[in-house]
Ligand binder design. Structure first.
Ligand SMILES: Cc1cc2nc3c(=O)[nH]c(=O)nc-3n(C[C@H](O)[C@H](O)[C@H](O)COP(=O)(O)OP(=O)(O)OC[C@H]3O[C@@H](n4cnc5c(N)ncnc54)[C@H](O)[C@@H]3O)c2cc1C
Length: 371
């Protein structure tokens, strides 16, 4: 979309951030609630940051209870959307958690059942028997074509008249005075926007966006998480599960004839375009080679993304308690895809006033956070 210089782009809702969070809520508001939505993204392409750097797995047993509930809702919503799509977004891929009795028990949930080590070895025969003594299996877990999911939301948004502007880093904001008093006036690179409501879906930059709008930052912390796709001597079987160490030392899953591996690290970071460190990737390769027989022979590509978390580990969704017309949609941590459609539905409901009685609205409200 292009606009003449100095003409403000007016809308009901201005969404800041073109990752999975911003795109899914923008589409939901435009399609289900008929809102006039503009989405602005700082980078030249949508989903440039964390949303193009995930492991693409949705795991109902993963995360605190509200996250698990939102994951189930997201799976149901994506499955019903698949009827409109030419190819499925979700395909079955179990999640196998391995470790010792205590670490597996600590991470167990209703969606996971314990399995004996012999059964776990049958599912993941590349594991060296001494690598673990206990295991849990989540057969409800699925692989997600995240590119297709992002494109689905982009198309829904555009077909409902929503507008997307990339290369627009929001830098300043204030309240209008005079005839349009009360509206937000927002300045980005070369463009101005006027909106009733602003959605803060800026991922690792969400606290910085709050400051621009005069809201109190919530102490969000971006954490580095690296992943790599590697070549192996013995590829994993098609349909093999994702395998994760309960002590958060590594996880891996098949990626065609290659394997995706991650050190599962959570290292605090500034908000930035994060890059992998070759020494971390090499240490990970050595670790995975020491606990499996897949035989990693080389690294095809590696990347790092930022998983941004609140202090209690739950997403923050709802109106800012002090600044009217400023709405939070951040802190999705490592659950941004698996909670995306559920959170978008909830957030849209909060915005139009139909979710006041939903206990999740209070659980995820920014008002809960005192920093
Ligand atoms: C290695 C790794 C593996 C993961 N695996 C999974 C997984 O298997 N399953 C899962 O559910 N989740 C996973 N995640 C987490 C998931 O990727 C994130 O939770 C999700 O992508 C966050 O989406 P987002 O839209 O909030 O943030 P982002 O995708 O980072 O989007 C925020 C956007 O805001 C834009 N922005 C920032 N400041 C401004 C500004 N001033 N003006 C305009 N735009 C701005 C940014 O450019 C960015 O595009 C993983 C993450 C990593 C790093």
């Amino acid at each position: 979309m292009t606009v003449p210089p100095n003409t403000p782009v007016s809308c009901d809702v201005l969404v800041i951030g073109g990752g999975i969070a911003g795109l899914s809520l923008a589409a939901e508001l435009a399609v289900a609630h008929g809102a006039d939505v503009v989405l602005v993204e700082a980078e030249q392409t949508l989903a440039y940051h964390t949303s193009s750097r995930s492991a693409r797995q949705l795991i109902p047993s993963y995360g605190p209870l509200p996250v698990q509930d939102l994951t189930l809702r997201t799976l149901a919503l994506i499955r019903s959307a698949e009827a409109e799509l030419s190819a499925p977004v979700l395909t079955p891929r179990s999640f196998l958690l391995i470790g010792d009795e205590e670490s597996v028990r600590d991470r167990a949930s209703t969606h996971m059942h314990p399995v004996m080590p012999a059964e776990a070895l049958g599912l993941a025969p590349e594991l060296k028997p001494g690598a673990f003594t206990a295991a849990g299996l989540d057969t409800t877990s699925v692989a997600c074509d995240t590119d297709a999911l992002l494109e689905y939301h982009r198309q829904r948004l555009c077909s409902a008249g929503g507008r997307i502007m990339t290369g627009q880093r929001v830098r300043e904001a204030g309240r209008r005075e005079g005839p349009a008093a009360g509206l937000w006036e927002v300045a980005a690179q070369g463009s101005r926007f006027r909106a009733q409501t602003v959605i803060n879906a800026a991922g690792a930059w969400a606290d910085g966006i709050a400051e621009i709008f005069g809201a109190r930052p919530l102490g969000l912390t971006p954490f580095r998480r690296t992943a790599a796709v590697v070549d192996v001597e013995r590829p994993l079987a098609e349909g093999a599960p994702m395998v994760a160490d309960a002590g958060d030392r590594f996880y891996y899953r098949p990626e065609g004839q290659q394997v995706l591996i991650s050190p599962s690290e959570s290292e605090p970071s500034v908000a930035e375009d994060a890059r992998p460190r070759p020494t971390d990737v090499q240490a990970l390769v050595e670790l995975v080679n020491s606990v499996t027989t897949m035989g990693i022979t080389g690294v095809s590509r590696a990347w790092t993304g930022l998983r941004t978390e609140t202090q209690d580990g739950l997403p923050v969704v709802g109106p800012d308690p002090a600044v009217q017309g400023f709405f939070w949609l951040a802190g999705q941590g490592g659950y941004g895809f698996q909670t995306s459609s559920g959170i978008a539905e909830l957030a849209a409901g909060i915005l139009v006033g139909t979710e006041a009685e939903n206990p999740l609205s209070r659980t995820l409200s920014p008002a809960r956070i005192t920093v």
